[in-house]
Every structure is written in structure tokens, then in C-alpha cells.
Write a protein that binds this ligand. Structure first.
Ligand code: ADP
Ligand code: MG
Length: 283
């Protein structure tokens, strides 16, 4: 199924919620799979509306869940485990919510998928060349092995970092995604993911790194059509350097700039997650 716009995604989420009989005796779990900016959170906003929520759903910031009380007394909980390798206490929190029969939607479920019940609904969202989104829905709620945790190792297609060699030059246009929030820089050119352990070389070599990868795909700066940046929280230095580069590129190339929640910005400010003044003034 093809979803052509944000509005259609909201409506789809809303209808999906209305058509989905939620079970009072078991958790309802939806796993959302898709790249940054695919529309996962947009779906959740529509879904929440369909469950009768009148307040707006906002993206749970990095690693954090958000719960919403629904008019019928149930609770909707929205998780986003983006780039979280060790969910720690959040895993227990999720287990608890499953036990308490919450309605649960999860983005970037990779690190906790062994906790998710087998009978969850899996919605996969992929970009098409023209900006439309293709929806793939796998409804496992009639699974005979209800509640059985899935083997943790299986199913690589759900990894947030795809390493398979897909064609980054599809359609001649390149969407760039950059994450400099940890020592391992992640660069995506469309579906193609590159990792680089930048260490102390980030400031000196980041632009060159991006350009090298464009060159490998027979592309250059002017082929970039949009930029998404993981704005934080994370490494102070990494975020500062990354933000400077994406701000400059987007400005110079006159292309749209998004943060990892899909929000558009003229200038991205790093979200350090804490005060940026880490060292005392010298005097
Ligand atoms: P995710 O949670 O998957 O990272 P978001 O839902 O936060 O993504 O952001 C998706 C962005 O893409 C939003 O800014 C939305 O307006 C935009 N968008 C454009 N076309 C579509 C579409 N067909 N479906 C969903 N979102 C779309
Ligand atoms: Mg999201």
C-alpha cells in the first residue's frame, strides 16, 4: 500500500487504530520498522488519534518512552530505541508494560526485540523515489505461539544499520543522513550505510569522508537533495562538528535539513542533553 503524504499517513494511522480490536486481556504491540524520516512517528500520531487521544503525540526523545492515558482507561506507550545498544532499565519498563496489557508502539526495536511478543503487528515503512511511503503490514496476532519471545539473533532485516550493498544512486538523487553523536560516525546515502570510527579525526576529515563516499557512488555535492542529522543527545564535540557541517551544506546547496525526528530546520542546534559548559572558565 502506498501513502502519498503526511496527511495520508495520519489518516492511515487513525483508521488502523479504529480497525484494530485491542484485546483487554493482552498487550497490543506494534513494531515500526523504517529509516529515519520514514514516517514511523507520524503513523503513531495518527494511531493515537484513532484511539481517541486528543493531545498531540510527540517523538519520545532518545531512549525514552512516553505514555498516554486513553479515554477508555487503557494506556498507549510509545518507545523509540534509536541507536540504543543496551536498553538497560528501559527493557524492564517495556516488559512491565507488556504485562500490564498496554497498547505499545515501538520504533527501532532492534535492541529489545527478544522481549517483544511474537504475536505483535509489524509495520514496515519504506521510501519510494517520489517521496511516497510504501507500507508493509504483518499481522501476527493470530499466531498460535502467543507471547513467546522471539530468538534475539534472528532477522537481520530489522537492523537499524543496513550494510547490504543497495543502490545509493537510485533515481540520481541522494538523501544524506549523518550521525556524529558517538565515536562511530554513521553516514547514509539513501539506503547505503557507511560507518567510520573517526576518533579525533572528525573535524579534520568528516567533509572528506562524506565526499569520498559520494565519489564512490559517482556523485558530488550537488546531487544531495536533503539532509537528516542526528541532533543529539550525544558527544559534545561530535554533535558540534556534525551540526556545523550539515548546516553549512544545507545552506550552501539550498536543500532541506531535518533532525532525526523528521522535523525541518533552517539551522540545526545540537541537543547535548545537558549543559554545554563542561569546563570551568579559566579565571
Ligand atoms: P520517523 O519517526 O520514521 O523517523 P517521522 O514520522 O518523525 O519519521 O517524520 C517523517 C517526516 O516525513 C515528517 O516530517 C513528514 O511530514 C514527512 N513526510 C513526507 N511524506 C510523508 C509520507 N508519505 N508519510 C509520512 N511522512 C511523510
Ligand atoms: Mg520517529
Amino acid at each position: 500500500m502506498i501513502i502519498k503524504s503526511e496527511q495520508e499517513m495520519l489518516e492511515f494511522g487513525e483508521k488502523f487504530a479504529q480497525s484494530m480490536a485491542t484485546d483487554k486481556t493482552a498487550a497490543t504491540v506494534i513494531e515500526l520498522i523504517g529509516d529515519v524520516g520514514a514516517g514511523k512517528t507520524t503513523f503513531v500520531r495518527g494511531f493515537a488519534r484513532g484511539l481517541g487521544l486528543t493531545s498531540e503525540v510527540t517523538s519520545p526523545s532518545f531512549t525514552i518512552s512516553k505514555s498516554y492515558a486513553l479515554p477508555d482507561g487503557k494506556t498507549l506507550t510509545h518507545y523509540d530505541f534509536y541507536r540504543l545498544n543496551d536498553p538497560g532499565l528501559m527493557a524492564d519498563d517495556l516488559k512491565e508494560k507488556i504485562k500490564d496489557n498496554h497498547i505499545i508502539v515501538v520504533e527501532w526495536a532492534n535492541s529489545i526485540k527478544n522481549i517483544l511478543p511474537k504475536n505483535r503487528t509489524i509495520i514496515k515503512i519504506t521510501y519510494n523515489d517520489d517521496g511516497a511511503r510504501e507500507m508493509n503490514i504483518e499481522d501476527n496476532r493470530n499466531s498460535t505461539i502467543e507471547g513467546l519471545p522471539e530468538a534475539a539473533a534472528e532477522d537481520e532485516r530489522r537492523s537499524p544499520v543496513k550494510t547490504g550493498a543497495t543502490d545509493a544512486t537510485r533515481n540520481g538523487t541522494i538523501r544524506l543522513f549523518l550521525d556524529t553523536s558517538t565515536p562511530t560516525t554513521i553516514l547514509k546515502l539513501n539506503d547505503q550505510t557507511y560507518e567510520w570510527n573517526s576518533g579525533h579525526d572528525l573535524a579534520e576529515k568528516l567533509l572528506q569522508f562524506i565526499h569520498d563516499k559520494l565519489t564512490e557512488n559517482n556523485k558530488d555535492w550537488q546531487d544531495l537533495t536533503e539532509i537528516t542529522f542526528m541532533s543529539g543527545p550525544g558527544s559534545f564535540t561530535g554533535l558540534r562538528i556534525g551540526a556545523t557541517i550539515v548546516n553549512t551544506l544545507a545552506h550552501e546547496l539550498q536543500i532541506p535539513l531535518y533532525d532525526h525526528h523528521g522535523e525541518k530546520h533552517k539551522i540545526i542546534l545540537p541537543d547535548y542533553g545537558r549543559g554545554a559548559n563542561i569546563s570551568q572558565p579559566k579565571k
